[in-house]
Design a protein around this ligand. Structure first.
Ligand SMILES: [Zn+2]
Length: 228
């Protein structure tokens, strides 16, 4: 690895690999190191000249990668219904993640491919969450029916949303549920179902809306309060 000085007191670290490639390739990683591959015929001076020219773009790309890594919801554990499951990668010819025992077991041939393992984990969580939503939807509808109300035909969509936990389009008969709720306790997910169903009867967040919720789900405030 080698570091070159740029203007303004900045510097850039790179690692050069000689390969019989036609072009000079630059690849930056989140640690800020630029990996360069070039054939033997390209002089180091030329490579460093190109690096200096592209420094701004390369450094901001590294910055973006760092931000992305920081934002990844999946660390060493997976949070499912309020419980942390440590991730264990198991070498296997199956490509599958499961939440079992007290851990998240990822069976894969590509255990060192972080993005791949995360994809398997997300798929597992999404599948479990879809099944849970079906169950909670049934629970709420049965609760409404038992009280003599008629739950309207409703399509449930599970989505990744950044600013809301759920939404109800009462005119279209459609409720959206945020997949990020999978990290919270079951009762918190249930509280979002009650909230969205309550909008069929009360379109705003008035006192009557909350009275409706308290009547059907007395623990509404406690469990929904876990969401920020
Ligand atoms: Zn609402």
């Amino acid at each position: 690895m080698k570091t070159i000085k740029l203007g303004g007191g900045r510097e850039l670290t790179y690692e050069l690999t000689r390969k019989p490639v036609r072009n000079i390739n630059f690849r930056v990683k989140s640690d800020g190191v630029v990996y360069v591959s070039a054939s033997r015929s390209v002089p180091v001076a030329r490579i460093e000249e190109l690096l200096a020219e592209r420094a701004d773009a390369l450094l901001s790309a590294a910055e973006r990668l760092r931000e992305r890594d920081g934002k990844s919801e999946i660390g060493d554990t997976v949070r499912w219904l309020g419980t942390e499951y440590p991730i264990r990668v198991i070498a296997s010819s199956r490509e599958l993640a499961v939440l079992e025992g007290n851990e998240c077991r990822v069976f894969t041939r590509h255990g060192d491919d972080r993005e791949h393992t995360e994809r398997l984990i997300r798929a597992a969580v999404s599948e479990r969450f879809t099944a849970l939503c079906r169950e909670l939807d049934g629970e709420v509808r049965r609760g409404l029916s038992a009280a003599g109300l008629v739950p309207p035909p409703t399509r449930i969509t599970i989505k990744d949303m950044s600013s809301r936990w759920g939404s109800c389009s009462y005119t279209r008969g459609h409720i959206s549920i945020n997949i990020r709720l999978a990290a919270y306790p079951r009762d918190t997910v249930l509280s979002v179902f009650w909230h969205e169903y309550a909008h069929y009867w009360h379109h705003d967040h008035s006192a009557r809306f909350y009275a409706f919720l308290e009547r059907f789900y007395p623990e509404y405030r406690r469990w929904n309060g876990l969401l920020k």
